[in-house]
Ligand binder design. Structure first.
Ligand code: NAD
Length: 390
């Protein structure tokens, strides 16, 4: 039966002063199909209440912690209760919270990196399979229309067999020890207990890995990596350099950095096939550069009909006409819309639209954790080249 209402969303994380939780709130409501009903927004229950009141939420749906949230939401009738919960806490909390939510019967949208290690990631994949809940992972860069166009151009063979991929994610904001000033986002990101075994690799290296695999449809199989900590006293890496091999024999370079002074979020990718190349920059996301072997470079611009002729997914991910820029929030909204349409289909016991199942999931999360495991193993090994475990 058609579910004639908005999906109800709750959140864990995203308290006052938090970064990505607020973007989730904005992105999830963009298309009108999702409403936020409550949550456990902060590790500090007082701050959580403050957040709920700023958002004009029913104070009864603001909880002291996520366990209380699960228990009390389950007492509400279906239709009033949250249908899914977004987890946007620091990394160490993702696994225990997502596990409890799935086992309690909630669909889950989780921030990346999915867990702290591959053991947790494999367990979560098993739980998703067993519970049959929908699990989304917020690798939001795959939500950009021009990323989807690049993926579909590769799949259609427009650049031929891929030989080389260069992907980078340099930032400069951790070039000094701002974690010692109490800066919220830096404090937990540089703490191995909260962040995981790799700092920069986990925080943004996973985005580069995910983007390269999403666009090309290839899998990284082997890496030769170096992790460096430039800032004195910091416990985790702040710079990552890797050579990578893909499963079709393609070679690549992946680098990420949080000490590249002057860089903001300069995620970019270059893909070279036997017949052409593609280039995309996150800071200029409405353009995709196509370099055919025997012709001049072309610029594909978001919102034009020729984009939709190649990529139905890119057309679906576009809200505004060409020339009115769309960016970060819209890309995340695209992940939310596909996730929500899939949740809705699951609840209605129908097959989702094939275009709707295009969002990162628990298997992408496991790939991210395998990437980090291999990165750490390679960086500390003398032989360097290290294969991904199965
Ligand atoms: P943040 O420090 O700004 O916010 C974290 C929030 O979680 C805070 O409000 C904190 O009080 C709350 N919190 C911590 N433990 C909690 C718990 N047990 N229960 C309830 N709330 C809890 O961090 P952030 O920068 O927003 O990052 C959060 C997560 O999002 C991280 O996993 C990070 O990797 C990810 N992230 C993803 C993107 C992206 O582009 N996809 C961007 C930024 C951050």
């Amino acid at each position: 039966m058609a579910l004639n209402r908005k999906l109800k969303m709750a959140m864990v994380g995203g308290g006052p002063g938090a970064f990505i939780g607020d973007v989730h709130r904005k992105a999830s409501r963009m298309d009108g199909g999702i409403e936020l009903v409550g949550g456990a927004f902060d590790i500090d229950p007082r701050k959580s209440r403050r957040m709920a009141s700023t958002l004009y939420l029913n104070p009864k749906r603001c909880y002291g912690d996520y366990r209380e949230m699960i228990e009390k939401e389950l007492r509400l009738p279906e239709g009033e209760r949250a249908d899914f919960v977004t987890v946007c806490t620091p990394n160490n909390w993702h696994f225990p919270i997502a596990k409890d939510l799935l086992e309690a019967g909630f669909h889950v949208m989780c921030e990346k990196p999915m867990t702290i290690d591959t053991r947790q990631a494999r367990e979560l994949a098993k739980i998703v399979k067993k519970t049959r809940q929908v699990f989304g992972l917020m690798h939001n860069y795959t939500g950009y229309p021009m990323v989807k166009l690049a993926r579909d151009m590769v799949a259609k063979g427009i650049i031929g067999k891929i030989r080389k991929i260069v992907v980078q994610y340099p930032q400069g904001w951790l070039a000094t020890a701002i974690e010692r000033t109490g800066q919220q986002q830096a404090s937990w990101r540089t703490d191995p207990k909260q962040s995981g075994g790799s700092g920069c690799g986990g925080d943004i290296g996973t985005h580069a890995e995910n983007l390269s695999e999403y666009i090309t449809g290839l899998k990284i199989t082997e890496m030769c990596a170096e992790l460096t900590t430039f800032v004195k006293g910091r416990k985790l890496d702040d710079d990552v350099n890797c050579l990578v091999k893909f499963n079709n024999g393609a070679r690549g370079v992946l680098h990420a950095s949080q000490v590249s002074v002057g860089e903001e979020n300069n995620l970019a990718i270059w893909i070279y096939g036997e017949e052409g190349g593609l280039e995309w920059h996150q800071e200029y996301p409405n353009y995709l550069y196509f370099k055919p072997m025997n012709g001049p470079e072309q610029v594909y611009k978001r919102g034009n009909p020729y984009v939709g002729e190649i990529s139905a997914a890119a057309a679906r991910a576009t809200r505004l006409p060409s020339g009115h820029p769309e960016a970060f929030i819209e890309a995340m909204a695209n992940i939310y819309r596909n996730f929500a349409d899939t949740v809705r289909a699951r609840m209605e016991h129908v097959k989702p639209d094939p275009l709707a199942v295009d969002f990162p999931d628990v298997q992408d999360g496991l790939r991210g954790m395998l990437f980090l495991e291999t990165l750490l193993a390679s960086a500390s090994s003398k032989t360097k080249w290290t294969k991904f475990k199965k």
